[in-house]
Design a protein around this ligand. Structure first.
Ligand code: 3HC
Length: 294
């Protein structure tokens, strides 16, 4: 019988984790939103409140619906809060050792029939799965940023993911109003494997002074019909995340030069200019997280 998913857990309340919590709660699913510290938990709670308040201010969400949405989210410090959920999705930083440790712990804490999912954008789902005693119930559910807006979800199946787990995950994505594409476990899956070579090349063109940042972005919004140019999109994704994804794809995707992070991108990360989340990347933002460019 298909799983119902009335209650799920999300681990890691950064940009993606909070967006995923919002997606579930909007669709009527009860969410246990988990962080490792009280500070990180409060930052996650504040991000969710800001996002839902913005939706109310724009007339997209009735105040009563916002309150109902928030009432479906139970915030907690520590993984013990996940002992009764039907699915956990992890959105912690992109480090394989960290994710493998987390999955081994989730395996101990969660119900034996629970699905353990990772939102990894480029790491091997198979390597994460084998850190558990239930690799058949481990799957990738890769959301795109901003998760509440972007329609696509990549469902990543490994060679050992059980077919019913894939089918139930696809059905869950449809219930969340998303379009799922089911892909094999390859570096960058499909979307990032195609996207990040292009983003990296745009930084290379900026570094070589082919064009200004504004002209590079205008070329792809006005000439390519994209909602954002590559540099603005990198600021949205986070330059640190972009470097992590490029490094993984370079190492595990055949050391293709396309994915060798351009020096300028690394230098910006080293300097702490991470994009919107830090208030400055290729552009400067009025306040961290703000979409308003100054
Ligand atoms: N959370 C929730 N909703 C948001 C949001 C956020 N962070 N940002 C924007 N929105 C909503 C707005 O409320 C608005 O909703 P409405 O139409 O119902 O009023 C809608 O999105 C449009 O927002 P804006 O009018 O403020 O701005 P834009 O029209 O410029 O859209 C954008 C903003 C949706 C970010 C759009 O520019 C876009 O689609 N950009 C491309 C994003 C993209 O390519 N993402 C994929 C990145 S790759 C990735 O995530 C993979 C990962 O592994 C790194």
């Amino acid at each position: 019988m298909a799983r119902e998913f009335t209650s799920v857990g999300v681990v890691g309340l950064g940009t993606m984790g909070v967006g995923i919590v919002e997606v579930f709660a909007r669709s009527g699913v009860h969410v246990r939103a988990v962080e490792i510290s009280a500070d990180a938990l409060e930052r996650g709670r504040a991000t969710l409140t800001r996002s839902t308040d913005r939706a109310v201010a724009r007339g997209k969400l009735a105040p009563a619906d916002r309150d109902a949405l928030l009432s479906r989210v139970h915030f907690a410090v520590g993984l013990a809060a996940l002992d009764s959920v039907e699915l956990v999705i992890e959105a912690v930083p992109e480090r394989l050792d960290l994710k493998r440790r987390l999955f081994a712990e989730l395996d101990r804490i969660c119900r034996p029939e629970a699905i353990l999912a990772t939102n990894t954008s480029s790491l091997s789902v198979t390597e994460i799965a084998v850190a558990t005693s239930r690799p058949g119930q481990v799957v990738g559910i890769h959301f795109f940023n901003p998760a509440p807006v972007m329609k696509l979800v990549e469902v990543v199946r490994t060679v050992v993911t059980a077919p019913d787990v894939v089918a139930d995950t696809e059905a869950l994505c449809a219930r969340l109003g998303k379009v799922a594409v089911t892909v094999d476990d390859r570096a960058g899956f499909v979307a990032n494997a195609l996207l990040f070579g292009y983003l990296n090349q745009a930084v290379g063109m900026l570094e070589a002074q082919h064009a200004t940042r504004e002209d590079l972005d205008a070329a792809m919004t006005l000439g390519g019909g994209l909602p954002m140019g590559p540099l603005a999109l990198l600021d949205l994704i986070g330059l640190d995340t972009a470097v992590e994804i490029l490094d993984t794809m370079y190492r595990h995707g055949g050391r293709n030069r396309r994915h060798a992070a351009v020096p300028l991108l690394r230098q910006l990360v080293t300097a702490g200019l991470l994009g919107r989340k830090s208030g400055r990347g290729f552009y400067t933002y009025q306040q961290p997280g703000s979409p308003v460019v100054v």
